[in-house]
Write a protein that binds this ligand. Structure first.
Ligand code: NAI
Ligand code: MG
Length: 489
C-alpha cells in the first residue's frame, strides 16, 4: 500500500501510510479515489491520501460490527491495558505527531508538544481508568428490586475537524474506554495524524476493527457515516451548518444518538478590578492559539470603561509582534490559516469589520507568503450587532467593546446564538460567581481562558451544540442505561 514520507522537526523523516485503515490494514478506496493534503504554511502539496466512498464506509462499519462481537466480552482491564499502551506510544511519538500537525494544519510545533500531544495522552489515560467503573445503580421498588446496567452503545462513528487532533483523541478515548468500537472520519485538510495513529493502534495490540480510520470528503464519507443504519451513535465537532446535516441524517435513518460540538463566539469579560497583566495574557492566548482556529477562542472581548483604553493599547502591543512562517521552527510564534479557503473566509470577515463602524486597531491584512498567514487583527468599539461580533470567524481576529455595568455585560455576552466557552476576569469573588452563573455557556474560565482537562466536561449550550467531550459526562454520550426489575412476591 502507498505511503508518503515527509520532513518534520529538524528534518526527521516521517513515513505514514496513505490508505484507509480498516481491520488493522491499510487499503485503497474502492475506486482508487484520492484527495490532496496541503501544507498551508508553504502553500504546497504535502500528501495524497485515499478518499473513502460509500462502499468503503460500509466496509469499515461491517468490520467494526464484527469486531464488536468479541470486543464486548473483552475484560475491562484488558481494554484498559490497550488504551494505556496506546497512550504510551502516542507519548513516545510526540515529535512525529507534532510535526505532522505542523505540516498539515499549520499548528506551531511547540504548541503541539506543550499542549495538544500531552493533552491527548492524558485523555487516553483518563478514559482507560473508566473501563471497570461503568457501574449501575440498585433501586428499591415496591416488593422488589431494580438494577441498572450501563452498556456500550456498540458501533459508533466520529467525525473530526482539522483544528486539533486532541478532539479526535477525546472521542476515541471515551468511545473505547466505554467499551464501544468506532469508525473515525478525519478532516480532509488534516488527516495524516490519524494515519500515524493507525500504526500505533496496531502496535498497541488492538484487535482488528475496534478502531477503523477513514478519510474522505465530508459530503461523501462523513455524510454516509452519519446516515449509516448500523452506526448507533455519531459524535461530531465542526461547523453549525454540518451539525444540522448530521442531526438530519440521524433523523432520516436510524435515529442514532448524536453529540455535536459546533464552535462559538466566546466572550471574555474583563472588569476594572481584574489583574490586568493576567487578563492580557489569557485574552491574547485566547485569540492567537491555533491562530484563532479553536472552537473556544475568546473572540469577543468586553472591557469595563475605566480600563478600556489602557487594555486596548496593551493588548495591541502584545498581538502586533509575532514571527510567522515555518511552524516547525522554534522561533516561529504565529502559525498559518489551515487553507486558502479558510483564509479567504477570515479576510472576508475582516473586510466586513472594516465596514462595520468598528475601529481597526491593528492587523487587517494577509502577511507575506508563501502560505496563508493572517496578521493578528483587533477591532475596537465594535457594535454589538456587527457581523464580526456575532459570527464565528475562526481566525486571529478579536472584536472588542466596552461595557459599564455587570448587568449590561451579561446581556451582551448572552446576545449570541452560541454558548460554548467564556471567561471572566475580576478579583471580586462575588462578581466572579454571579457572572459565571449568568453567562449561558458550557464553560466559564475565571481569571483564565481555555483550561481543558480530561476529567472536566467540555461542550456547549444553544447553537454550540449538545453532549460533552471529557469527564464523567462524556460517558453518558457513549453508553446506554438499561434496567432489570424483579418482584419478590
Ligand atoms: P466542517 O464542519 O465542514 O468540517 C468538519 C468535519 O465535518 C470534517 O471532517 C468534514 O469532512 C466533515 N463534514 C463536512 N460536511 C459533512 C457532511 N455533510 N456530513 C458529515 N460530515 C461532514 O468545517 P470546515 O468547513 O472545515 O470549517 C468551516 C467552519 O466551521 C470554520 O470556519 C469554523 O467556523 C467551524 N469549525 C468549527 C470547529 C470546532 O472546533 N467547533 C472545527 C472546524 C470548523
Ligand atoms: Mg492541510
Amino acid at each position: 500500500m502507498a505511503s508518503v514520507t515527509i520532513a518534520g522537526y529538524r528534518g526527521r523523516q516521517i513515513t505514514v501510510q496513505t490508505g484507509l485503515f480498516i481491520d488493522n490494514q491499510f487499503v485503497p478506496s474502492i475506486d482508487g479515489k484520492t484527495l490532496d493534503v496541503e501544507n498551508p504554511s508553504a502553500g504546497k502539496l504535502l500528501a495524497t491520501v485515499s478518499a473513502a466512498q460509500k462502499e468503503d464506509i460500509d466496509r469499515a462499519v461491517s468490520s467494526s460490527k464484527k469486531a464488536y462481537e468479541s470486543w464486548k466480552t473483552t475484560s475491562p482491564s484488558a481494554r484498559s491495558q490497550l488504551i494505556l499502551k496506546l497512550a504510551d506510544l502516542v507519548e513516545q511519538h510526540t515529535e512525529d505527531l507534532a510535526s505532522i500537525q505542523a505540516l498539515e494544519a499549520g499548528t506551531l510545533y511547540t504548541e503541539s508538544v506543550d499542549f495538544h500531544v500531552p493533552s491527548s495522552v492524558k485523555a487516553l489515560r483518563y478514559f482507560a481508568g473508566w473501563t471497570d467503573k461503568l457501574d449501575g445503580l440498585s433501586l428499591n421498588i415496591p416488593q422488589g428490586l431494580s438494577y441498572t446496567v450501563r452498556l456500550p452503545v456498540g458501533v459508533c462513528g466520529a467525525i473530526i475537524p482539522w483544528n486539533t487532533f486532541l478532539i479526535g483523541f477525546w472521542k476515541i478515548a471515551a468511545a473505547i474506554g466505554a467499551g464501544n468500537v468506532v469508525v473515525i472520519k478525519t478532516a480532509e485538510v488534516a488527516p495524516l495524524w490519524a494515519q500515524k495513529l493507525a500504526e500505533l493502534i496496531v502496535e498497541a495490540g488492538f484487535p482488528p476493527g475496534v478502531i477503523n480510520i477513514t478519510t474522505g470528503l465530508g459530503t461523501v464519507a462523513g455524510q454516509y457515516l452519519a446516515e449509516h443504519h448500523d452506526v448507533r451513535k455519531i459524535a461530531f465537532t465542526g461547523s453549525v451548518r454540518v451539525g444540522r446535516e448530521i442531526l438530519a441524517a440521524s433523523s432520516k435513518s436510524n435515529l442514532k444518538k448524536v453529540s455535536l460540538e459546533l464552535g462559538g463566539k466566546s466572550p471574555t469579560i474583563i472588569f476594572a478590578d481584574a489583574d490586568l497583566n493576567n487578563a492580557l495574557y489569557w485574552a491574547s492566548l485566547g485569540i492567537t492559539m491555533g491562530s484563532g482556529q479553536i472552537c473556544a477562542s475568546g473572540s469577543r472581548i468586553y472591557v469595563q470603561d475605566s480600563i478600556y483604553d489602557k487594555f486596548v493599547e496593551e493588548f495591541a502591543a502584545r498581538l502586533r509582534d509575532g514571527i510567522h512562517g515555518d511552524p516547525l521552527l522554534p522561533e516561529t510564534t504565529k502559525g498559518a490559516a489551515v487553507s486558502q479557503s479558510q483564509a479567504d473566509k477570515v479576510m472576508n470577515y475582516i473586510k466586513q469589520g472594516k465596514e462595520s463602524g468598528a475601529k481597526l486597531v491593528c492587523g487587517g491584512e494577509m502577511l507575506p507568503g508563501p502560505g496563508y498567514f493572517i496578521a493578528n487583527t483587533i477591532f475596537s468599539d465594535v457594535p454589538q450587532q456587527a457581523t464580526i461580533m456575532q459570527e464565528e470567524i475562526f481566525g486571529p481576529v478579536a472584536s472588542i467593546a466596552r461595557f459599564h455595568t455587570e448587568e449590561e455585560v451579561i446581556a451582551k455576552a448572552n446576545d449570541s446564538p452560541y454558548g460554548l466557552s467564556s471567561a471572566v476576569f475580576t478579583t471580586n469573588i462575588n462578581t466572579a460567581l454571579r457572572v459565571s452563573q449568568g453567562i449561558e455557556a458550557g464553560t466559564v474560565g475565571v481569571n483564565a481562558w481555555g483550561l481543558a482537562n480530561p476529567n472536566v466536561p467540555f461542550g456547549g449550550v444553544k447553537q454550540s451544540g449538545f453532549g460533552r467531550d471529557c469527564g464523567q459526562a462524556a460517558l453518558e454520550e457513549w453508553t446506554k442505561i438499561v434496567y432489570s426489575s424483579a418482584k419478590n412476591r
